[in-house]
Design a protein around this ligand. Structure first.
Ligand code: NDP
Ligand code: 2IT
Length: 445
């Protein structure tokens, strides 16, 4: 496999799609050796077929604001690969959404979903709609108009979307309502549904819980555990909330959360009602974390800064892509951080990942660490198919086992001669092999 040639051609075909090119390069670097050892992958064109999505739907979403003005947003669904199961992946509503970001997320989703042990292919979608400052009515009208187009290309056996940044239980509800009306059926076509209408218990918590279960497994490889450890988190959304809950349950202490405006440092720890308040803050659609420091005066707000300058044992970035740079990584390492587990998708820049790997600290990439979210979406699909609900203990138990299994796969494929576990390599190789072999089995289609 000639990596540079593949990347040069891809750059020419998709100029400026930096996040997409970044994600493809990272995976190809990890799997290069395995591909070279297995010439049948190359002769079957597996890499060329894997790096381009199967198809991309683009559509406009017109909707009417509270002031009567007509607004138009752009929306997409990227169906990437369905060799091992129906397309599956979240929907993101954020003004930064473009094809590069959705293609990177869809590409990552292929390997993440493969790692979960469940039969799910990779996809991603969303819109440049900005939920900030929108009323409930505006969110509803946007979601309904979005689904008027999207419903034509999704289905419980075809493509099953879920939430991501800017899409939580409320948005899934409005979209599901419209789908149900159009399709005239109550099927599990979206995951992350409310528990009274087909949703799975633990799905809201699953990404954060799973990230902490994964960090627990990572720490165990160096004889450590969660109890008594200091955690720096970024973000204050769904993933950060779930992670904060589980860290507190397991006896750790969360000292930071963050927003686009800066970070909160709370030396007393973010637990109890402070974790509940994160939900309120997120639902307020304000886009800022500063109000946390008015509500809890012990908490300090640091404007325009990243939380990674605060000393901690474990860092879990839970906000967005490329939010942790080289300088942040150096700060973490110099302050004694032992473990970085990516709750978000690709939050560390390639230079930051290099710092972690060069210093041989535990570093878990998003596609392994945050796979508990989509895994529990898979469990929601199973429950919908069986038309029953599992109790929360059962879902949590299955989630815990899945995260342990993902960790085992990373160790199997990522353990180096000196015993260091390269989780980036491990996750990429394990995720890739399952999909590549499925594609080989099924011929060139
Ligand atoms: P939420 O919308 O609930 O929260 C996102 C958080 O990230 C908010 O605090 C948000 O602040 C912040 N954020 C978003 N964009 C930016 C930006 N450009 N700069 C700084 N901060 C930003 O989303 P989730 O918690 O669901 O998602 C967080 C991350 O986890 C994403 O990378 C997502 O892809 C990933 N993920 C989510 C899963 C899920 O099941 N929800 C599953 C696996 C991964 P604000 O909105 O105020 O900008
Ligand atoms: O990035 C992700 O894995 C998600 N946003 C969750 C996807 C899903 O289908 O549950």
């Amino acid at each position: 496999m000639n990596l540079e040639k593949i990347m040069n051609e891809l750059e020419k075909k998709h100029p400026g799609e930096s996040e997409y090119l970044q994600a493809v390069r990272e995976v190809l670097e990890s799997i290069e050796e395995v591909v070279n050892e297995n010439p049948h992958f190359e002769s079957a064109g597996i890499i060329d077929r894997l790096i381009e999505p199967d198809r991309i739907y683009t559509f406009k979403v017109p909707w009417v604001g509270d002031n009567g003005n007509v607004q138009v947003n752009l929306a997409y669904r990227v169906q990437y690969n369905n060799a091992i199961g129906p397309y599956k992946g979240g929907l993101r509503f954020h003004p930064s959404v473009n094809l590069s970001i959705l293609k990177f997320l869809g590409f990552e989703q292929i390997f993440k979903n493969s790692l979960t042990t469940l039969p799910m292919g990779g996809a991603k979608g969303g819109s440049d709609f900005d939920p900030k400052g929108k009323s409930d009515g505006e969110i509803m009208r946007f979601c309904q108009s979005f689904m008027l187009e999207l419903w034509k290309v999704i289905g419980p056996q075809t493509d099953v979307p879920a939430g991501d940044i800017g899409v939580g239980g409320r948005e899934i509800g409005y979209m599901y309502g419209m789908y149900r009306k159009l399709a005239r059926e109550n099927t599990g076509v979206l995951t992350g549904k409310g528990v009274n209408w087909g949703g799975s218990l633990i799905r809201p918590e699953a990404t954060g819980y799973g990230s902490v279960y994964f960090a627990k497994e990572m720490l165990a490889t160096i004889g450590e555990n969660i109890e008594g450890k200091k955690f720096c988190l970024s973000g204050f959304g769904n993933v950060a909330w779930g992670a904060a809950r589980k860290i507190n349950q397991l006896g750790g202490m969360v000292v930071t959360i963050s927003g686009p405006d800066g970070y909160i440092y709370d030396p007393d720890g973010i637990s109890g009602e402070k974790v509940d308040y994160m939900l309120e803050l997120r639902a307020s659609n304000q886009d800022i974390v500063k109000p946390f420091s008015y509500e809890f005066p012990g908490a300090q707000f640091h404007q325009g800064k990243h939380p990674w300058e605060v000393p901690c044992d474990v860092a879990i970035p839970c906000a967005t892509q490329n939010e942790l740079n080289k300088e942040d990584a150096e700060n973490l390492v110099n302050n004694g951080c032992k473990c970085v587990a990516e709750g978000a998708n690709m939050p560390s820049t390639p230079e930051a990942v290099e710092v972690f790997l060069d210093n041989k600290i535990l570093f878990g990439p998003g596609k392994a660490v945050n796979a508990g979210g989509v895994a529990t979406s898979g469990l929601e699909m199973s429950q919908n198919a069986m038309k029953l609900n599992w109790p929360s203990e059962e879902v949590d138990d299955r989630l815990h086992h899945i995260m342990q299994s993902i960790h085992e796969q990373c160790v199997k494929h990522g353990k180096e001669e000196d015993g260091f576990i390269n989780y980036v390599k491990g996750a990429n190789i394990a995720g890739f092999l399952k999909v590549a072999n499925a594609m080989l089995d099924q011929g060139v289609i």
